[in-house]
Design a binder for this molecule. Structure first.
Ligand SMILES: [Zn+2]
Length: 143
């Protein structure tokens, strides 16, 4: 679920991925471009293990260490966000770089983006709390 005003990530060509990597200061190796095709385009909130499973089907010979390494580089370069949620031991990687919230479907384990305009929060904190960022995890089921 993407906001209409967000730059569509569906789907970048290998050339676009290459120039995005270059402008972020990341050396565009074939393996990194392959991983980017999945994590910047096709996947929603994958774990490193899910990226590895995709790589095994589509681009064999990428080790789990390379997957972790590449994901770390992409996070560092600001092309992916890394989240840790209580429902999984693994980090999930998010190509939605705008500030947003998440809904965890407890029946399926699926994480769904909740855009800030879909949720309003009325904070009643003392003024001494300086809020820098707000990321809310909603949990439940959908019908
Ligand atoms: Zn998200």
């Amino acid at each position: 679920m993407k906001a209409k005003n967000q730059t569509p990530n569906h789907c970048l060509s290998p050339n676009e991925i290459e120039s995005r990597l270059k402008s972020a200061g990341v050396q565009p190796t074939a393996q990194r471009i392959a991983i980017c095709r999945f994590v910047l385009c096709e996947a929603k909130h994958p774990t490193a293990e899910q990226v590895k499973a995709w790589a095994d089907l589509n681009f064999p010979k990428i080790s789990l260490a390379t997957v972790y390494n590449t994901l770390g580089i992409l996070v560092q370069a600001g092309l992916l966000k890394e989240y840790r949620f209580p429902h999984t031991e693994s980090s999930v990687y998010d190509n939605n770089l705008t500030s947003h919230h998440h809904f965890l479907d407890e029946a399926t384990g699926e994480l769904i983006d909740i855009e800030p305009d879909q949720l309003s929060v009325n904070l009643k904190l003392k003024p001494s709390f300086k809020i820098k960022e707000m990321e809310i995890l909603l949990k439940g089921t959908r019908s």
